[in-house]
Each structure stands twice: as C-alpha cells, then as structure tokens.
Design a protein around this ligand. Structure first.
Ligand code: HDE
Length: 714
C-alpha cells in the first residue's frame, strides 16, 4: 500500500481490479522496474548498463567534469527536458480508470454501440480538474471543476469533456482566451493564483451579460466540492444522437454521483488549502485504493430535431440548461471508477481529451462553443504533447484489438508505430485503408439543413441573459442563498475597482433584487429600483428542478470518519463502531495523542493514524468521541481536542459523543447530555448524543452512524 495516503486502511483490503481491454493494452506499455536481480541495473537510454550513476567522470579525482561522460549526459539531459507545458486551463487535475455499463438502451435514437449494447463493460478514463490554478495549485480553492470522461469503445474513443456546472460563461468560443486571461493571474503582478476573486475577472464578467447565469453557479457552493467523488458532471454543449435511419436527436449529457452532491464550507476550504493542498486527489485515490469505488449515473436529455425551436432559449446556447421539468433526464448507465493511475505523467498528464472524439451514432450540434472546442482541444495537444502524434501515446490510443492502426497518416514528431503498408489511398495494393459505410460502422453525419447569410452573429434567442440565472437562484435552498451572498461579498470584496463592484451589483439585480440588495449592503452601494418586474420563471416549492438543487445527500457511505481514541478509550466500543462504519463502506481513522499505539482502558492496543496535532477536524466527514476513563477525559480537556469538537460542529459535521464524552461535549457545543429514559441516544442538531451507551450491539452503532447523517442534512 502506498504511503502517500494518510494511513493504511484498517480492515479494508485493497481490491484488485479486473482487467479490461484498455488496461491490457496499457500493461503492454508499462515497464516494471525490477528491484533486485540481474534486471535491476540502471541502463542508459541507449541500453548499456551504467557503471556508476552517482559519481560522474572527471579529469583527475578533483579535476573538471568531462563532457565525454555519457552517463551523466544521458541522465541530466533527460532530466532537463522532463517538463512539458501544463494545460493552458485545467492544469491541476487527477484521473482514474474505470468502466461503464449501460442498463437502458437508447437504440431508438442512436446506433452507437456504447449506448445500445447492454452486455459490454466499456473501459473508461476520467480526469477531474480545477480550471484556473496552475498544476500545483491548492485543490480547495474556489474553482469550477472539470469532469472529462473518455469511453474506450469498440468503435473508437468517445470523450465527454464536461464541467460540474451545466452552463458556461460565454456563448461563442472566440471569447474564451479573453475570459481565461481575465481569470488567470494578472500579467504584471502574477497574482492571484487559482482565484476569481480579483478585479480582472469580475471586470470581464460585469461587462459580459451572458456570463450572469454561470456567475450565479460559480458563486454557489458547487465550486468548493467536498470530493471529486461527489460532483456532478455535465457535457454542457448540445450534441446530437443519430439512429440507423439517420434521424437526428439533440442530446445533453449528465453524470450524477451515487454519493450525492456535497460541498465544503468556505471556512473548511480555506483551511484545507493549507492543511492539505492535495485534499481532493488524495481523497479520490484513497477511496479507490481502499476498494470503495465511486459511481455515477449517465443521463441524457433528448430533444427531437423537429422540436428544436420550441424552447424559450436556443438549444445551441451553452449558457442555458434545458430545465428538467421541460425535458426529464433519462438515466441509462453506470460508471464505476476502480483503479488509480500507475504514473501521473504517463496517464493524467498525457491524456488528451478532445470534444471532437465521437463514435458512430453521435454527432455535433451547431453550438458555437462546441465548434471552437473541437478545434481547440486537438490544436492545444500539438504543442502541449510535442507534435501531431499525441494520439499514439498509450493513454490516448483507442483499444487496439477493436480499433487497429489503419490509415494513411504518417510521420511527424515522435511517431511511436512502424507503419507497414501503403501510405496513400486509393492505391494499387489491394489492402486499402478505405472508408466504411454506415452498415460497416462508419461515422455517420446525416444531412440537415443549414444556411443563411454568412455573418458574425448568434441566434436571436442567445440575447436573453437572465431568466435562467433567476431560475437557478430561485432553486437554491435558504442556506445556499445565504452562502451566495457571503461568497459574492468575498469575491467582490477582493476587488478594488468601484466600477467593477457597481456593475456586478447591477448584474445581481437582474438575478434577484433581494440578493443584490444583500450583497450591495456590504459595499455601501445603493442598487436603486428593481430592474425588471418579470424575474423570469420561478420554481415553486421545494427545488422541483433536481439538476439545479443541491440535493445534499448525506450518507454514512464513502466517508472518512475520525474516531477519537486517546489512551483510556473504550476498546470494545471502538472496535464495534469501526466495524459498523467499515461495513457501510467508510474509512475510519483513529486519532490519539501519539502516532503509533494508543491504549484502551484495559491496556488494549490500537494504531493511530493521526494525532490532534498532525490533523484537524477539517479532514473528516464525521467525528466520533468514544466513552473513556478519567485519563481519556483528561486528554479531552486539551485545548486542541476541544477545538476539534467545536470546529467540526461549526462545519455541520455529523458527530457522535458517547458515554463520558457526551457530558464533555455538552459544555462545548449547544447540546444537552440528558436523553429520554429508555433511549440509547438522541440526535440533536446533527450530533448523536449517547451518554449512557453501554450496549456493544453493532446494529446500534450502525443506527447511530445513520442517525448522525440523517440529522446533518440541512
Ligand atoms: Fe475547455 N479547454 N475550452 N471547456 N476544458 C481545455 O484542452 C476551450 C470549455 C474543459 O482534463 C484545453 O486539453 C475553449 C467548456 C475541461 O484534460 C483547451 C473553450 C467546458 C478541460 C480548452 C472551452 C470546458 C478543458 C486545455 C471555449 C465545459 C480539461 C487543455 C470554446 C464543458 C480536460 C486541453 C482534461 C481543457 C479550450 C470551453 C471543459 C485549451 C477554446 C464550455 C474539463 O483546449
């Protein structure tokens, strides 16, 4: 087990992953480094065994270095060229392998095998990312998140390169360089890193009305996710599905996490940025390696071609969603991520997602962002990955058994194959790499009517900017609306230009008058009268639009639990609780006063993974304070231990305080340690309080863990 995680998992076995065709192909490119025996000698890149890799060749023992030393040159020169340009956006990310299994065929609208074949498990590779931060940026910075997924289908690679927000800032890709320049560090000052909280960014947004809807998302809690395992994914752009008859159907793609959507508190995000800048990648890898595999449902929203114009917005405008109440999402298959990468550079860094990668049965719409993206993603890899042959890099190759190398494309920097056959078509040799008909599984671009005057314009409906921003705002819970005010106050509070602030208040006024007033009050800005009477469509009642609402599902599953067990803890209780949490698919960390052994009240021993000093409550989803003897209680009197409890409570964590810890906690947080006669525990404000708990029955602990999570839903 790798030591890059916080600890070795107790009670959970690393789950060896079944092979799939993509992993088999990657295995052929993997070079295992032997640790002993004949093969363990360092070989130069030209294959010779080095006689010394630590001391170079000199003219005389203390003399100058000799340039003729081939081993030093080989080693140092390779090192000199190790770095490649980081992605111009989405530089910081983490990736994992997995598979997709379709459960509901879409055969009436597409002939794509991946969306019609219920039998095959399709290998996948997924990369999660943040957008503006450079490759080393802290992962809990407030950022939009990338969700790029690749299906290695038998018909070729299909990429859905999405985000965790269903819309985008701009409508036409030609503006993308300006948007990103405004968000990235200021060219003179070189700051801030991984932040939108600065004048340039909000300047651009305040001058781009179309950004208002996306801005309402960027300011919401989704930009500080608790885990990549708990984010949604959206293809954002409208694609097209094509069936065997050539009928076209518009489609939007969705990924829904089985664990529910879950965000950090801002205070947690800020602290974690320092405590563990790798928080999200560590989390992803830790759970996958523990065999607790994250899963997502793939959903589609389908619109028949003839219904294209029936909406109040344009289907080609990616600043708009298709509200679920108008077109429900059909859930069709499940993605499971079950293997972490072997080498970050070879896989995470070299993967080249391209929106243009589609398979037969899938086509593009005329979304102007999508077309720019189809150009850009391919184009950027040519400089990022050093030439046109990036598709030959193992992680980018289609599955060779199903999609063998067969074309007349040749040469270019770093070609990794030795093509043996004709390099032009048609030819006289008989083995023509020629085109495939639809029946033979060829890409199918059925005709449809385009036309009109050549012009630099957008569809008429693109010019309505606010209805859906209001719709989004209206669908937030009260807590989320309050957070939106705090976040806007923070972001604009980091701007110094009064004009930027005033223009943003005006934008906010178009979203919601009260929202604008609440933010403006923190800047001493008078927002004046409401800008418009019609605030767009409202959602009635409790979040009827599930895509928009937060749907915070707190489950005692896939969580990281801290069990506080300094010397003197109740060992039987600790073991029962640990088992109950593990059985539900969680990871349990033991916290003590020393790294290494901690001792129960009868001298029993457990290993700790953390001490109160080496971690903070922020790292965990849930904290359990056990029952313990006087020594245990004495330790809990430490300021740091109290801080763990108070801080976790303030961050809405699910907490359990058992036996003597209940009384201790009742002096720190607003709970009472008195519970009704005959009850084992009570749930108060997200805290399970169990002062008299002596029962060692596992099922009670299971209930207890669920109790805390149910109560923590706000
Ligand atoms: Fe990207 N985007 N993008 N983008 N994007 C890139 O491609 C670009 C857009 C997204 O994990 C780059 O391979 C343009 C929307 C993700 O490797 C680059 C436009 C959405 C990733 C690029 C957009 C995204 C990228 C940089 C306006 C949400 C990370 C490196 C038309 C659906 C993929 C690379 C990964 C990456 C350009 C707009 C998401 C430069 C020109 C909308 C998740 O090609």
């Amino acid at each position: 087990m790798s030591s890059f995680f916080f600890f070795n998992y107790q009670g959970i076995n690393y789950n060896p992953v079944q092979q799939n065709s993509k992993l088999e192909q990657l295995a052929t490119a993997t070079r295992d480094i032997p640790t002993e025996g004949e093969g363990s000698f360092h070989r130069t890149t030209f294959g010779a065994k080095a006689d010394n890799v630590e001391v170079g060749m000199k003219a005389g023992r203390r003399g100058p270095y000799l340039l003729s030393d081939p081993i030093m040159r080989d080693k140092v020169s390779h090192f000199d060229h190790e770095r490649i340009p980081e992605r111009v956006v989405h530089a910081r990310g983490d990736a994992a392998h997995g598979f997709f299994k379709l459960h509901t065929s879409l055969e009436d609208v597409t002939h794509a095998k991946v969306l019609t074949d219920l039998e095959t498990e399709v290998p996948m590779f997924v990369r999660f990312s943040s957008v503006l931060g450079s490759a080393g940026a802290a992962e809990t910075a407030r950022e939009v998140r990338g969700f790029a997924s690749r299906f290695y289908t038998e018909e070729g690679n299909w990429d859905i390169v999405g985000n965790n927000i269903p819309v985008f800032f701009i409508q036409d890709g030609i503006k993308f360089p300006d948007l990103i320049h405004a968000g990235k560090p200021d060219p003179k000052a070189g700051l801030p890193q991984a932040q939108t909280a600065h004048d340039n960014f909000w300047d651009f947004i305040s001058l781009s009305e179309e950004s208002t809807h996306m801005a309402s998302w960027a300011l919401s809690d989704v930009t500080i996710p608790r885990s990549y395992r708990m984010i949604q994914g959206f293809g954002v752009n409208t694609f097209v599905l094509v069936n065997g008859e050539g009928k076209r159907t518009f489609v939007k793609f969705h990924w829904k996490p089985h664990l529910g959507k879950h965000s950090l508190c801002w205070d947690e995000a800020l602290k974690l940025g320092g405590q563990d800048p790798d928080y999200l990648r560590r989390d992803l890898q830790m759970f996958i390696d523990a065999g607790i595999f994250p899963k997502w449902e793939l959903g589609v929203q389908l619109v028949a071609e003839e219904d294209e114009d029936k909406f109040s917005f344009d289907l080609l405008d990616c600043t708009k969603i298709i509200p679920e109440e108008e077109v429900p999402i059909k859930w069709v298959g499940t993605m499971t991520l079950n293997r972490t990468v072997t080498d970050q550079f070879a896989e995470n860094e070299q993967v080249a997602f391209c929106t243009q990668n589609i398979v037969p049965g899938i086509d593009y719409s005329d979304d102007p962002m999508l077309h720019t993206r189809n150009f850009s993603y391919f184009d950027t890899q040519i400089s990022r990955l050093g030439g046109i042959n990036f598709s030959q890099i193992p992680i980018n190759q289609p599955i060779p058994q199903a999609c063998p190398f067969l074309n007349t494309l040749r040469d270019g920097y770093s070609s990794k194959v030795i093509p043996n056959g004709p390099n032009y078509y048609p030819n006289r040799f008989g083995n023509n790499p020629g085109p495939a008909s639809v029946a033979q599984g060829g890409l199918h671009h059925p005709p449809y009517k385009v036309g009109g005057l050549r012009q630099r314009e957008l569809g008429e409906k693109f010019y309505e900017y606010y209805d859906q921003a209001t719709l989004h705002y209206n669908s937030l819970s009260d807590a989320e609306k309050a957070n939106l005010v705090y976040t806007a106050t923070f972001e604009l509070g980091r701007c110094d230009d009064r004009g930027v602030q005033e223009r943003m208040m005006d934008r906010f006024k178009h979203i919601d008058y009260d929202f604008a007033k609440n933010v403006a009050a923190n800047f001493g800005i008078d927002v004046g009268e409401p800008v418009r009477q019609n605030h767009g469509r409202k959602t009635d009642g409790e979040n009827p639009i599930s895509m928009l609402s937060k749907h915070n599902i707190f489950k005692a599953e896939g969580r990281l639990i801290a069990m506080v067990a300094p010397d003197g803890f109740d060992y039987q209780q600790a073991i029962a609780i640990q088992k109950a949490f593990l059985a539900l698919g969680n990871i349990v960390a033991v916290i003590g006063t020393r790294k290494g052994p901690t001792y129960g009240k009868n001298g029993e021993q457990l290993d700790t993974q953390f001490t109160f000093e080496s971690a903070r409550s922020t790292l965990f989803d849930s904290l359990v304070f056990l029952d313990g003897n006087d020594q245990y209680q004495k330790t809990l009197q430490l300021g740091r231990a109290k801080h763990w409890c108070i801080e976790a409570y303030a961050h809405f964590k699910a907490l359990a305080v058992i036996g003597s810890s209940a009384e201790w906690a009742s002096k720190l947080i607003p709970i009472t340690n008195k519970i009704d006669d005959g009850k084992s525990f009570s749930v108060q404000d997200g805290v399970v309080v169990a002062p008299n708990l002596t029962n060692q029955d596992t099922s009670l602990f299971e209930k207890l863990t669920h109790g805390a999570y149910d109560a923590a839903t706000f």
